[in-house]
Design a binder for this molecule. Structure first.
Ligand code: ADP
Ligand code: MG
Length: 258
């Protein structure tokens, strides 16, 4: 049974249909890229999977290990091991990074502890050591731990920080919404390196992106899907992303509004 299955999903926002019968299956350990023009519904898919209240599922289903999750609130979906890295991570002043992560870790640990590879940290110091190791893995300084969540982080730091949270929380399926958006080429490489660490954890990974660039630096890429007008219109392997980069979205008869 596939870990995450999206079946004939129809999603609307304020009565307007955005996803029109989208299908996707992601297994743990697989790396998928979802590409598509702006406005095609990529972020809508990510938000619908995590249960953002603004997005209403009109028909179809989202299943985790065969169990429907569409009626579950977001925290319950997170407890199934789903994690969404935001396209635009919000700065939350007053919320300490370390405090936030430790709470998230402990809450998740209670739900996912039956699965292997989840350490129990009894002291704050033990947890800090664990987080520091992961900060190091994504090239962020330990001083980030004593800052407020995302406050004053550069674009690239915010994206690496999202991946770092994933390394700490060890989701079964990690969705990264445009981890490359707004970054220069060096920052994109650094984020890709961080994602490569995540690949090593054996998570299923969905990288949403407009461009093939970041995909070139990934240690592994199993499937590439092109979304247009709320549907997957073509699936393939890595070469498909390169073909898109070379020929543009017009090649598939779809508009790119950028
Ligand atoms: P992508 O991530 O592929 O660029 P989105 O999923 O963000 O696309 O958006 C798909 C469509 O949904 C677009 O036409 C967009 O304008 C519309 N949309 C997205 N978010 C909202 C919202 N909060 N309210 C109304 N329309 C929205
Ligand atoms: Mg988007």
């Amino acid at each position: 049974m596939t870990f995450l299955e999206v079946k004939d999903l129809h999603v609307s926002i304020d009565g307007k249909e955005i996803l029109s019968g989208l299908n996707l299956s992601v297994e743990k350990g697989e790396v998928h890229a979802i590409m598509g023009p702006n406005g095609s519904g990529k972020s809508t898919l990510a938000n619908a999977i995590l249960g953002h209240p603004k997005y209403s599922v009109d028909s179809g289903d989202i299943l985790v290990k065969g169990e429907t999750i569409i009626k579950m609130p977001t925290d319950q979906r997170a407890r199934k091991g789903l994690f969404l890295g935001f396209q635009y991570p919000t700065e939350i002043s007053g919320v300490g990074y370390s405090h936030f992560l430790r709470n998230a870790y402990n809450t998740l640990n209670k739900s996912l502890s039956e699965q292997q590879n989840r350490e129990v940290f009894l002291t704050v110091r033990e947890f800090h050591e664990y987080v520091k190791k992961n900060l190091d893995a994504v090239g962020l300084d330990p001083s980030f731990l004593s800052r407020y969540l995302n406050e004053g982080f550069s674009g690239g730091e915010k994206k690496r920080s999202e991946v770092m949270q994933m390394l700490v929380l060890k989701p079964n399926i990690a969705i990264l919404d445009e981890p490359d958006s707004g970054l220069d080429i060096d920052a994109i490489k650094a984020v890709a390196e961080a994602i490569n660490k995540l690949i090593e954890t054996g998570a299923g990974i969905i990288v949403i992106t407009h461009y093939a660039r970041i995909l070139r630096y990934l240690a592994k890429l199993d499937h590439v899907h092109v979304v247009a007008k709320g549907k997957v219109i073509k699936s393939g392997v890595k070469e498909l992303s390169e073909e898109l980069e070379a020929k543009g979205y017009g090649w598939l008869g779809i508009e790119d509004d950028k």
